[in-house]
Design a protein around this ligand. Structure first.
Ligand code: DAK
Length: 259
């Protein structure tokens, strides 16, 4: 397995685990870290033994934002011509396999945006979410104004983005930003348990389920329901659908082959 300067990667069973690892900068996202992260996601996507991914940081910080020191020297022409913060900065959002963000501590600015690019967020009880870019004279730039608004609604998104206030884990769960709040000491154990459950299921069914949910953000209700029905019908063409239903009828555990 490749090694990287700014992240740690390992596989545990069918789960690919990526840990952001720039502790001195509270995992601030610079170009090198993002390049490492995109490469690690590419590698797990291509590895047939990996069926689910988990992205995490440290107990103090998932990521305290895009790297302010790196950004501070940039000018408009180069940000525009290089389409700064596109491409690898959005890699988690284009991941086809499921990816869970396990967030402890700060998830601010680009850190919150990175967590929201994942399929769901499990938050430790010390997690703090925020989009404080206005404090720096800028605005969210990696999808924060769009994904936060879809997750928590206009009122709370405006409140957070315009006042730069943080949201704690309990409020984040109440508001629909995170799927679960977990005591910090159990965050990784519980997240890995969920990831292992996903990894034990049929990969094509999981990919279709993820695609169907994500389409709900892009389509009208009628089109979304039609899209879901077509995918549902296509599960009748995969061996795992037959195996899953036969196993239920025969009162045994299914043996999925991911086909
Ligand atoms: N960037 C760079 N370094 C950071 C950092 C960051 N975002 N956050 C923390 N660090 C560094 C600190 O500078 C410090 O480094 P040294 O001074 O030791 O060298 C080290 O991490 C430890 O931080 P502190 O000493 O500050 O630790 P504390 O526990 O006292 O405070 C904190 C933790 C998270 C409250 C504080 O560090 C903080 O406020 N950090 C900044 C949080 C923030 O503002 N995050 C949002 C960043 S802006 C765009 C695209 C993207 C974006 C915007 C536009 N376009 C395409 C237009 C996105 C922007 C952002 O994400």
């Amino acid at each position: 397995m490749a090694t990287y300067e700014n992240i740690l990667v390992e596989t545990r069973g069918g789960v690919g685990l990526i840990t952001l690892n720039r502790p001195k900068a509270l995992n601030a996202l610079n170009s090198d870290l993002i390049r490492d992260l995109a490469a690690a996601i590419d590698a797990f996507e291509a590895d047939p033994s990996v069926l689910c991914m988990v992205l995490t940081g440290s107990e103090k910080a998932f990521a305290a934002g895009a790297d302010i020191k790196e950004m501070s020297v940039r000018e408009f022409p180069d940000t525009y011509t290089t389409d700064y913060m596109a491409g690898p900065w959005e890699r988690a959002s284009t991941c086809r396999k499921p990816i869970i963000a396990a967030v402890a501590g700060y998830a601010l600015g680009g850190g919150c945006e990175l967590a929201m690019q994942c399929d769901m967020i499990y938050a430790a009880d010390n997690a703090k979410f925020g989009q404080p870019e206005v404090n720096l004279g800028t605005i969210p730039g990696i999808g924060g104004s769009q994904r936060l608004t879809r997750a928590v609604g206009k009122a709370k998104a405006m409140d957070m983005i315009l006042t730069a206030r943080n949201m704690d884990a309990q409020e984040a769960e109440r508001s629909g930003l995170v799927a679960r709040v977990i005591p910090l000491a159990n965050l990784m154990e519980e997240t890995m348990k969920a990831a292992e459950k996903i990894a034990s299921l049929s990969l094509p069914a999981i990919l279709m389920a993820k695609e169907a949910v994500n389409r709900s953000f892009e389509l009208t209700l009628a089109e979304g329901v039609r899209f879901e029905r077509r995918l549902f019908q296509s599960t009748f063409g995969i061996a795992d659908r037959k195996e899953g239903m036969m196993a239920f009828a025969e009162k045994r555990k299914p043996g999925f082959v991911h086909k």
